[in-house]
Design a protein around this ligand. Sequence first.
Ligand code: NAD
Length: 527
Amino acid sequence: MATLLPPRETAAPPVRAVESRDPATGEVWRRFTAPSALDVVAAVERAREAQVAWAGRSVAERARVLTRFREVLYARRQEVAQVVSRENGKPPSEALMAEVFVALEYAQYYAALAPKRLRPHVEKTRTMGTMLKTVTVEYHPHGVVGVIAPWNYPFQLAAGAILPALVAGNAVVLKPSEFTPTSGVLLGELLTEAGLPADTCVVVPGDGATGAALVQAGVNRVHFTGSVATGRKVAAACGALLIPCALELGGSDAAIIFADADLKRAARGLAWGRFSNAGQTCVAPKRILVERAAFEGFAAAFAAEVRALTVAAATAEGAEVGPLIRPEAAATIEGQFAEAIAGGAKVLARAPVPAGAGFFPPTVLTDVTPEMRVMREETFGPLVPLVAVADEAEAIAIANGSDFGLSASVWTRDVTRGRRVASQLLAGTVAVNDAVLVAGMSNVPHGGVKASGMGRSHGELGLMECVEPRAVVTDKMTSARQPWWFRYGREHDRTADAFVTALHAPSWLARLRALPRMVRALRGSGT
Ligand code: NAD
């Protein structure tokens, strides 16, 4: 009798839970059991089966589901904003703008773009040598896309990865962050309500192990958003499996303020950019570089903005800056702050905070040095250094002297100069006289260079990452055989030279002389 293998489930990791918690109070208000690695494989298999029928629908039909999703999301907008706020800690009105509004924009944009952009594309004949061939490029879905999402914008970032993947004909398995599972589950529910067929988007609330299992579970592509450390692991796993992945990772974005900038506007824009979402935004300005002539003026205006911030639980009236996602998150930011102070940095301004473990006061530092962690690492909380720079060249050098390259901003009344400097900054997106918003503009390709990641989300490029182009080259078969096929010999040598000469000789006369032989060969009258 054959020996039975023990049940495969025994190899699965022990049961783990992920929780939706209110970051301000620590109250757990929903709990999920993280799936085993086998459950994740099963989820991918379900998605794979569903994907076949989904890909069989026209792009226009799939786009209509996005349009219905937009209607459903709009109708349930306040509920979504409340859930995200309760789970992530940002004020509900911020959740409405930064999560719901942005997701509505993605749905509208991709529903309109996909039917046009994913239409098979006919390439024009390039030279006479290939004029009897037609080239059509088709855009096919990858299959099942694994989307691994972070907690800081749990709804819109997941939607920004999922909607283009779906409209392109993929099925999706979403692994939301262990800190924000309900936002992911709600997104899945809304898609179902919008008419997305069962299992076309499967949500697996789980932890890091669930994310690692998803990468290994047979997905055809991974869209990962999160930290550099995890991104490296995901990239290595995808590399070993030879599956494509997009990595949207961290940043240490520079904001450059020139002396001619509208300093008040820059102070307001950068206070919002740096401290909204409690400073936990990938594309937040994290190093503010100010031209020396404007340093005092900007510092005073910025300090006034920061001191006036209302730091409070999301439920409090007028709350602007909420708590960090978890009290433990404060340890990193406090470590970066303490190291800077020990090295001689000064506190220019701090906003008052309520009592409670989850709050870190919005803080502005001066007198920092390039070696300090606040200048070298990502500061993922409400802490920012101001640095005086001599001129444009120094500003660009400091901005680019970072391991990261996610986004950046330039503030000046001289828009021509702003554009010129923007072009020299090593970053995926650069805003002139604005910050952060670019990451939520549906038509703007978003992504980073250097340690900030690879690949692009959003915009047309984000859609095209969701497809595998397939070039179909059709020959009109006017000849019995092609001149470059076998029957090598002297005649073949002459024909080959006629091709090269007719198409590439510098002398037009030589080209003309070689042409008849080439045409004869193409029509099949050559040997
Ligand atoms: P994280 O790397 O800790 O987690 C991100 C996701 O990866 C979570 O869902 C987590 O469960 C999962 N995960 C953990 N270990 C894994 C593994 N081994 N394999 C697969 N998945 C795994 O990041 P976070 O704390 O959730 O997010 C904050 C970071 O994300 C910051 O650095 C921020 O800058 C970055 N971020 C980048 C962008 C962007 O668009 N570039 C957007 C938002 C956040």
